[in-house]
Design a protein around this ligand. Structure first.
Ligand SMILES: Cc1cc2nc3c(=O)[nH]c(=O)nc-3n(C[C@H](O)[C@H](O)[C@H](O)COP(=O)(O)O)c2cc1C
Length: 330
């Protein structure tokens, strides 16, 4: 299991315990000690066998190298536990953390391929995570250790999909720029719709008074600190004969918006059940916003920067839900 390590001394203890066991990579004592002392101040994820273990099997530290970029400052997994997917899980947690904090890129430095067998495996590992070669700096470290820099965008659609989670915590008291709200809404209306009937419309709310009116009817209260809310409207127009795809249309629009929200560094949650239940909060919202009667209010999406930490919910394993070629396939 992965833990985020809050305490600086604990970070140093973990990095010492792991790096001193990895002499193939961290042979030079002075640079190893630099990594250990540096880890005290860096966000650290560590992997443990179970809840009660105190000895880490691996860890990863992140470091900001620019306003938009973080670096894997140091990572290590005990050799007996290589090829168990621990490095991958540490990286997934760190990537999630960096994306949620709005970084655009993650980079990592290692010794360029073709020099040493152990480092070749490290290069293969980074490439298998999706890192791309940026540049080799032949003398950044020294001539025997040419530095290969890898980089990965945290802003791809696939990254946004992997890092999107429903966020139900508090939002920071920061207005969302109108341009960002327009980008998010554009992602919504760019979604596919059955026979291109475009049955989904949106109302963006960022005016504090209107926001307060909407928040007042959300009972039990949700999204109370959101600096903006996007209200999703749906019109039941038949695509052909009696086939209406309005639900599919607005679902595609909502998912597009959720991904755009994450990519821009904000958080949200698809609130549909909450507002369309028997108490018909959706109708109260429609009345506040003067929504024409042919539209249904189907969902609200709060938009804002997260003030609280949050974690991914448990999902079933890939192999339980996805098969190749037939239901009996692997
Ligand atoms: C159709 C639909 C309705 C939803 N309604 C609500 C809701 O009313 N309240 C809420 O807290 N979450 C709601 N959600 C969010 C789900 O609870 C959430 O997507 C699910 O638990 C999986 O978590 P994840 O989004 O973090 O992957 C809704 C999601 C969908 C797709």
């Amino acid at each position: 299991m992965i833990r985020f390590i809050e305490d600086g001394n604990e970070r140093k203890r973990i990095s010492r315990q792991v790096l001193e066991a990895l002499t193939e990579w961290f042979e030079v004592e002075t640079s190893r000690e630099d990594y250990i002392s540096g880890s005290e101040f860096l966000p650290m994820f560590a992997y443990f066998e179970d809840k009660t273990s105190t000895d880490a099997i691996g860890f990863l530290c992140l470091k900001e190298t620019g306003k938009d970029t973080v670096e894997i400052a140091v990572m290590g997994v005990l050799k007996d536990h290589h090829r168990e997917g621990i490095g991958r899980r540490l990286f997934a947690a760190a990537k999630d953390y960096a994306s949620q904090r709005g970084y655009s890129f993650i980079q990592v430095k290692t010794v360029k391929p073709g020099m040493y067998e152990d480092y070749d495996r490290t290069n293969d590992f980074y490439k298998s995570l999706g890192f791309k070669e940026l540049e080799v700096f032949p003398t950044l470290w020294d001539e025997d250790n040419p530095c290969q820099i890898y980089v990965m965008s945290l802003k791809s659609a696939i990254s946004a999909i992997a890092t999107r989670h429903s966020y139900r915590g508090a939002f920071r008291d920061e207005k969302v720029p109108v341009e960002d709200l327009k980008t998010i809404a554009s992602a919504g209306i760019d979604a596919p719709s059955g026979c291109n009937k475009q049955t989904t419309d949106l109302i963006i709310i960022d005016d504090p008074e209107t926001l307060d009116e909407i928040k007042a009817v959300l009972d039990p209260p949700v999204a109370q600190t959101a600096p903006a809310i996007i209200v999703v409207l749906s019109r039941r127009i038949n695509a052909y004969r009696d086939r209406c795809f309005a639900v599919q249309d607005y679902s595609a629009a909502i998912e597009n918006m959720l991904l755009a929200i994450v990519e821009l560094g904000y958080q949200s949650c698809w609130y549909e059940g909450h507002i369309t239940d028997e108490d018909r909060i959706c109708d109260k919202i429609a009345s506040i916003l003067n929504v024409p009667s042919e539209y249904d209010v189907v969902c609200i999406l709060p938009v804002g920067k997260a003030a609280d930490d949050f974690h991914a919910p448990g999902k079933k394993k890939f192999s339980e839900r996805v098969k190749f070629n037939s239901w009996n396939g692997f």
